[in-house]
Design a protein around this ligand. Sequence first.
Ligand SMILES: NC(=O)c1ccc[n+]([C@@H]2O[C@H](COP(=O)([O-])OP(=O)(O)OC[C@H]3O[C@@H](n4cnc5c(N)ncnc54)[C@H](OP(=O)(O)O)[C@@H]3O)[C@@H](O)[C@H]2O)c1
Length: 288
Amino acid sequence: MNLLVTGSYGQLGKEMMKIASHDKTHQWFFTDIDTLDISDADAVEDYFSQHHIEYCINCAAYTAVDRAEDDEALARKVNVTAVQNLALSCQKHQATLIHISTDYVFDGMGSLPYREDDPTGPVSVYGKTKLEGEEALKATGCKSIIVRTAWLYSSTGKNFVKTMLQLAQNHDSINVVCDQKGTPTWAGDLASTLMLLIQHYGTQTVHETFHFTNEGVTTWDEFARAIFEIAHQECQVHSITTYQYPTRATRPAYSVLDKTKIKTVLGIDIPCWKDSLAKCIEELNKTT
Ligand SMILES: NC(=O)c1ccc[n+]([C@@H]2O[C@H](COP(=O)([O-])OP(=O)(O)OC[C@H]3O[C@@H](n4cnc5c(N)ncnc54)[C@H](OP(=O)(O)O)[C@@H]3O)[C@@H](O)[C@H]2O)c1
């Protein structure tokens, strides 16, 4: 099949590239804003027409959660309009759109893992635009698989793991928020799972939403401690509350996603977040 990856310079996009480098069964097309600006509907349609795309894996997004509060127009252009463009071209060319969404579509007031059909209620511009993107996609009726994930990191790009390791270079101690619960997710595990979804559904008609994160639940301060422990870095973590660390965008306090559906449909076990964190840190050590 012909697979298009958009946003391929991002964390998830680069993990898809790694998979493609050992995959002989598909023809891969990798784009980012310099080669295919997905907010340009004509450019998207031209690309689909020229390359006979059968799956589009949309790894592109506006992901700057705090900046989005003051840049709503751009966040909406990338997270809504561009997603609609891809969905319309997928519908026209009978392609399937795999679209990545977020735990931030929920309000975080719950205390049980969120299921795919639980009521949404985003509390930030980023979350709101990501939810509107899901809705715009569904309205086109294209074949689609929406995968909501959370707390994504990889050995590339800008993320919590890399920020913590950088801070440890010149700080003996740092303050990290302790009252937000969620699950760190290695982009490598998400990328492999997207491939399993492609194998499972092939070209059949599909309209599904799934939740995927690594297994387990933690808080940002515990996540930071695990990073330092695995990376053998001496840096003390002081736990502080969200109130003591104000940010431009409100974050959900409870962001745990229920993964029962994806585990059942694909028949998979998902790695525990600490095991995948160790793999990512090992990868980082090899590259630095
Ligand atoms: N990061 C997280 O913690 C997290 C959590 C939950 C869900 N997600 C979702 O997971 C997905 C992947 O996230 P990620 O962390 O891999 O994202 P990322 O690293 O921010 O990568 C996104 C990529 O999309 C590109 N892009 C932006 N606008 C574009 C446009 N108009 N056309 C084409 N490409 C464009 C970006 O380019 P520039 O860098 O030049 O803007 C970047 O290369 C996203 O849908 C995100 O919402 C992420």
